[in-house]
Design a binder for this molecule. Structure first.
Ligand SMILES: Cc1cc2nc3c(=O)[nH]c(=O)nc-3n(C[C@H](O)[C@H](O)[C@H](O)COP(=O)(O)OP(=O)(O)OC[C@H]3O[C@@H](n4cnc5c(N)ncnc54)[C@H](O)[C@@H]3O)c2cc1C
Length: 376
């Protein structure tokens, strides 16, 4: 390899790839569209699993730094019905096998672990062309242009790199999240905070759900999840802060008051997030010198809680394969992709089937049963 490995995207997948490659002295540069680490709120908690996310953190040599950021007790899970009756109550722990960490803290830990200059902020990839030598010429919105032999697309759901490998595009899952936030929820909305408990509350019902998390500082972040058509989504004005509020006030009108509070009150304008997924079992034929990690490779709905975990593991596995054969990156990428495809298909299938459990006719009992199995 005569040129540095180029990673597009400083999300979890791209950062772990770069961290492990640079630990071994391989030259890597990460191009990120955002202008700095603080330019977008990262929000949300992630629980990292022993069989993927945690393995990647260990491979990156960051286990102790990670443990220092774990939020004790926030792995508590509670499932209630729409009237607020508790169906499952799983207490939090300080040494759980699925430790919860703030997504922003995890990303910052990875950014801080990289040598200065590895990440080039404010570089949004706009197009890719192939040179006569079969290398990849990258054009960025700020005018920067480079050529590389090895290109890693870690650029998330709407990847610009993915079309080099496949025509597959994410499809709308039929579920839309409307996100609300309440600072000092414990003090201002005690009944709602008490129902949420120490960690995550899930209140599913056929066709809709409330998913809320209480953070250590007492703030509450909630997703009001509704099943709606693509036509409905197209009709929503995403820039109208009142649009989302009116929709959820109607949809959750007959829910228990604390649950209604969680979805109708918000300090900031609610954020609308349409949940998309790539086809289950997505794969592609080998194209020399280019591959994908994380959501770019296998975007799935969040109902199995695996997307970030897989992005981390993908990054670690790709870096491991390249380190094992640095002079034959084609062999390395082929080996990486062989496992990537079956691994992501397994979890994409689980995510799709959990989505049916969350919103199907048997909710909330189906979801209480799911968590019973996962947590026992
Ligand atoms: C509501 C919700 C809840 C979730 N909960 C969980 C959970 O509990 N557990 C879990 O494991 N997963 C969860 N996920 C999934 C998880 O968020 C993703 O799978 C994970 O963030 C993917 O990481 P990534 O690095 O592949 O992509 P991203 O985190 O999306 O990072 C991609 C990066 O690429 C950059 N980028 C994009 N385009 C360009 C470009 N053209 N040029 C340069 N840079 C670019 C972006 O700015 C971004 O920084 C959830 C997802 C959602 C939507």
């Amino acid at each position: 390899m005569s040129s540095p490995i180029i990673v597009i995207g400083a999300g979890l997948g791209g950062l772990v790839t770069a961290r492990i490659l640079s630990m071994q002295g391989l030259e890597v540069v990460v191009y990120e569209a955002e202008t700095s680490i603080g330019s977008r709120a990262q929000g949300g908690l992630l629980d990292l699993h022993e069989y993927n996310g945690q393995l990647a953190v260990r491979a990156a040599g960051l286990w102790d730094a990670f443990l220092a950021l774990v939020r004790p007790n926030e792995d508590a899970k509670r499932v209630v019905d729409k009237a607020g009756n508790v169906l499952l109550d799983h207490p939090g722990s300080t040494d759980g096998t699925r430790p919860e960490i703030d997504r922003g803290d995890l990303r910052r830990m990875l950014v801080d672990s990289l040598p200065l200059g590895v990440i080039r902020w404010g570089h949004k990839l706009t197009s890719i062309s192939t040179t006569s030598e079969g290398h990849h010429e990258l054009q960025f919105a700020n005018g920067h242009r480079i050529v590389t032999e090895v290109l890693v697309g870690a650029d998330g759901a709407w990847s610009r790199v993915r079309p080099q490998l496949t025509d597959a595009r994410p499809d709308y899952s039929g579920v839309t999240f409307i996100e609300t936030t309440l600072a000092d929820g414990s003090g201002r909305y005690p009944a709602a905070a008490a129902l949420v408990g120490d960690g995550t509350l899930i209140a599913p019902s056929p066709g809709q759900a409330v998913i809320s998390h209480r953070h250590a500082n007492g703030s509450l972040t909630t997703y009001a999840a509704v099943t709606r058509s693509a036509d409905w989504l197209a009709s929503i004005d995403l820039d109208d802060p009142e649009g989302g509020r009116a929709e959820i006030a109607t949809a959750f009108a007959d829910w228990a008051p604390p649950l209604r509070t969680l979805v109708t009150e918000s300090d900031a304008a609610p954020t609308v997030r349409a949940i998309h997924a790539l086809p289950v079992g997505i794969s592609w034929a080998r194209t020399p010198g280019v591959t994908l990690v994380g959501d770019a490779a296998h975007l799935m709905s969040p109902f199995a809680g695996e997307g970030a975990n897989l992005a981390l593991l993908d990054g670690a596995e790709l870096a491991r394969a390249i380190i094992a054969s640095p002079d034959d990156t084609e062999a390395a990428i082929s080996a990486y992709e062989r496992d990537l495809f079956w691994r992501s298909e397994t979890f994409a299938r689980a995510s799709a089937s959990n989505l049916m459990l969350f919103f199907g006719a048997d909710a909330p009992g189906s979801v209480a049963g799911l968590f019973q199995r996962v947590l026992s």
